[in-house]
Design a protein around this ligand. Structure first.
Ligand code: TIU
Length: 223
């Protein structure tokens, strides 16, 4: 299939190759989006991330219709915390730490209600869900082999938070040779300033890590 140009992408039009593209949805978990989870324990206003859900639901629906694979990630740890480095566990002075009981179960622990993806964006049968212990989706996960097996070379990157797990994943992907287009209204930050600057940093310097475009432009191309 021939490539389709997303002409409104910055810094240059993005040449989307259907059949070689996956939509990656990073960490749209209750623990980051709902009160009582990890995000709030760090002192954040979790409401800041809610605005991502509606446009991302539309983009996921368009990807499914177009046959673009949707890959979800979840940040979290084993119940015994054996995959959580002490440096991560002890970082900062949160009101609650990873593994502590929160409103939705133990915070950021696999299998707990809060660790799972919000209802509106729930994976459907057959979609890959990558459980990751770090901020980047490639570190200590099977993501690279999943992408290689599917012949994926381009990633439409969405999820939260823009400057933490989205950025880390885009940088990891960039160094592994993937072309990343970050969907501007489908990534979210607790901090408006970080959202703006985080997106600018990706497409600056001629697209040092990738491209940025709104979901409307991506959905038009997938239709
Ligand atoms: N705290 C914060 O902004 N983010 C994270 O801890 N993880 C993700 O970004 N998923």
């Amino acid at each position: 299939m021939t490539a389709i140009a997303i002409t409104s992408a910055t810094p240059t039009p993005f040449s989307l190759a259907p059949g070689a593209t996956a939509l990656i949805v990073i960490d749209m978990q209750r623990d980051f989006l709902l009160p009582g989870g990890f995000g709030e324990s760090l002192g954040n206003d979790v409401g800041m991330l809610q605005k991502v859900v509606a446009p991302l639901a539309d983009l996921i629906a368009a990807a499914r219709t177009a046959g673009v694979p949707v890959i979800h990630t979840r940040e979290g740890h084993r119940p015994d915390l054996s995959d959580c480095p002490p440096a991560k566990l002890l970082r900062g002075s949160p009101s609650q730490r990873i593994g502590d009981p929160g409103r939705f179960g133990r915070i950021l622990i696999q299998g707990e209600y809060g660790h799972d993806i919000v209802d509106e964006l729930a994976p459907i049968p057959g979609e890959v869900v990558i459980d990751k212990p770090g901020k980047g989706a490639f570190y200590a996960t099977e993501l690279q082999s999943v992408l290689a097996d599917a012949g994926i070379t381009q990633l439409l990157v969405t999820g939260v938070t823009t400057e933490v797990c989205v950025h880390t994943t885009v940088r990891e992907a960039n160094d592994r040779g993937y072309e990343c287009l970050v969907v501007s209204d489908c990534v979210g930050s607790y901090f408006p300033e970080f959202q703006r600057v985080g997106l600018d940093m990706i497409s600056a310097q001629g697209g040092i890590f990738g491209w940025v475009a709104p979901s409307s432009a991506v959905i038009d191309c997938l239709a």
